[in-house]
Design a protein around this ligand. Structure first.
Ligand SMILES: Nc1ncnc2c1ncn2[C@@H]1O[C@H](COP(=O)(O)OP(=O)(O)OP(=O)(O)O)[C@@H](O)[C@H]1O
Ligand SMILES: [Mg+2]
Length: 336
């Protein structure tokens, strides 16, 4: 009886693996750059990282910037280049917002930094979401960084460097990852499409670039999702799959409001939120990105931006998205 068990378990497992490898490999991992040279964009960052590797002299680093721009990728690429096949043994990836708390994180840092290692002068600890640490926890981290400075290099990753205490910032070479350029995203999208033998129209590429808003992860996930049907990826498919409004739809909504037709503006908003599945924050984001391309006079654009800033802040503080967006449209409609 008990002899059956492991056998059937093994069968299930290998079947599962096969189907994963065969069908649903995630492209953001499959096409994650393995070397620094493969990273798209960041022309002011990559060469400096390359020179650290060449000199085998790594300072503590801080990578700040928006999601999906290559912070984790760059940290892993540094480790791959420094340690080759040993990189996984010499690179510890931790998340500072680990729900088990900063003490667990600190214990793991200490254990890793203390354990013996094979011939390298230092090992790397990559601490993701460092800005999730309270300033007390950051002070403790700073002491840990000092304690192990002889054999450990830290790479801290965060969205906002302003959330990191000065004593840590001053111990790190700070690299500001920016939203990736349209050219960088386009290049990667086309490269992947070619490798995967997928046809993408030019307006499909433009739509992916627009929907990504500088986030490579979003662009690649969008491409993979839109390519699922095995058909040509075009603008329509991309906007449908990525919960992104066409720039014209957002513009139309604002124009209706400014023309005083609140009801029509509200109906457009409603369809973006309900039919298209955009989150309130996405609408704000798209308005912000496109504001200067709308056919509005400068004063109207300025007022729109002023309102957007206010609404964005309120939503971040937990206000009702729909109400805030409607109120913004109402205030535009009320204006002379
Ligand atoms: N500059 C880049 N060049 C090529 N591919 C990239 C680049 N940046 C990101 N990618 C792709 O996007 C995926 C996600 O990137 P990564 O994990 O490095 O983002 P991140 O900056 O660490 O984001 P987060 O702040 O969410 O942790 C990668 O696996 C890779 O496929
Ligand atoms: Mg990351």
């Amino acid at each position: 009886m008990s002899a059956d068990e492991p056998e059937s378990a093994a069968t299930t497992e290998s079947a599962g693996e096969e189907s994963v490898a065969g069908r649903t490999e995630v492209w953001i991992e499959k096409y994650r750059p393995q070397t620094l040279a493969e990273i798209k964009g960041h022309e002011n960052i990559v060469p400096r990282l390359v020179s650290y590797v060449e000199q085998n002299d790594l300072p503590n680093l801080m990578f700040s910037g928006p999601a999906g721009t290559g912070k984790t990728t760059a940290a892993q690429a540094v480790a791959r280049e420094l340690y080759d096949d040993d990189w996984r043994d010499n690179f510890l990836e931790l998340n500072a917002s680990d729900e088990r708390g900063i003490d667990v994180v600190r214990d793991r840092i200490k254990n890793f930094a203390r354990s013996s290692f094979g011939g390298y002068n230092y090992r790397i600890i990559f601490l993701d979401e460092a800005d999730a640490l309270t300033s007390d926890a950051q002070s403790a981290l700073r002491r840990t960084m000092e304690q192990f400075s002889h054999n450990t290099r830290f790479i801290l990753s965060c969205n906002y460097s302003s959330q990191i205490i000065d004593p840590i910032q001053s111990r790190c070479a700070v690299f500001r990852f920016t939203e990736l350029s349209e050219a960088a995203i386009e290049a990667q999208v086309r490269e992947i499409a070619e490798t995967e033998d997928i046809e993408v129209t030019d307006d499909g590429v433009d739509a992916l670039v627009y929907a990504a808003a500088g986030d490579m992860r979003k662009a690649i996930n969008g491409l993979q999702a839109a390519a699922v049907m095995g058909e040509t990826v075009d603008e329509e498919g991309v906007f449908a799959i990525t919960a992104t409004a066409r720039p014209e739809e957002v513009e139309e909504m604002v124009e209706k409001a400014i023309a005083g037709d609140f009801t029509a503006a509200r109906a457009t908003l409603e369809s973006l939120l309900t039919d298209r599945g955009l989150a309130g924050g996405d609408v704000i984001d798209q308005l912000h990105r496109s504001a200067w391309e709308f056919d509005l006079d400068d004063m109207a654009t300025v007022r729109l931006l002023e309102r957007l800033g206010e609404v964005e802040f309120r939503i971040t503080e937990g206000a009702n998205e729909r109400l805030q967006l409607e109120a913004m449209l109402a205030s535009l409609a009320l204006e002379e």
